[in-house]
Ligand binder design. Structure first.
Ligand SMILES: [Zn+2]
Length: 149
């Protein structure tokens, strides 16, 4: 991957390319599997390196997946997928949306809380230099759950 004069930047680049490749190989296929299990179809999956969200769903049912999920425990990744797939039905965070989520994942409140702390699993070389993203809470708020201070 890296040969010759190895710089920190060169290593970071190689690690990020490796991550992008693994993310492409695993995450969309995993999302498709969860989608089939839940019978909640989506249109397209794309990979991104978002700084503030784990995934998102557009009105056209395109689900953008954060490559950084590759470093997050599987249970939490599955929850992200359930959450986004429910957005293909309800593109908001209404009561209806959360009711739908709870049908598929009754433990969603705990998982959502865990997910806000899951940025700590992401290695430093995936983060932008000087960013404070590791210290921030990033997943969307659940009604009734305590928000950031
Ligand atoms: Zn959401």
């Amino acid at each position: 991957m890296v040969s010759g004069n190895i710089s920190r930047r060169g290593c970071t680049g190689a690690l990020r390319r490796w991550t992008a490749k693994k993310a492409r190989a695993y995450l969309p296929a995993w999302l498709r599997q969860v989608s089939a299990e839940l019978d909640l179809p989506f249109d397209r999956a794309s990979l991104r390196k978002q700084r503030t969200r784990w995934a998102s769903c557009s009105a056209r049912r395109t689900i953008s997946i954060n490559e950084k999920l590759l470093f997050v425990p599987a249970l939490l990744v599955e929850y992200v997928f359930v959450h986004e797939l429910c957005h293909t039905v309800q593109l908001n965070h209404s009561r209806r949306f959360w009711r739908l989520v709870s049908c598929y994942e009754p433990n969603f409140k705990t998982l959502d809380r865990e997910l806000r702390r899951a940025w700590r699993y992401v290695p430093w070389w995936m983060c932008e230099p000087g960013s404070s993203e590791l210290n921030q809470s990033h997943f969307e708020a659940v009604p009734g759950a305590a928000g950031p201070p």
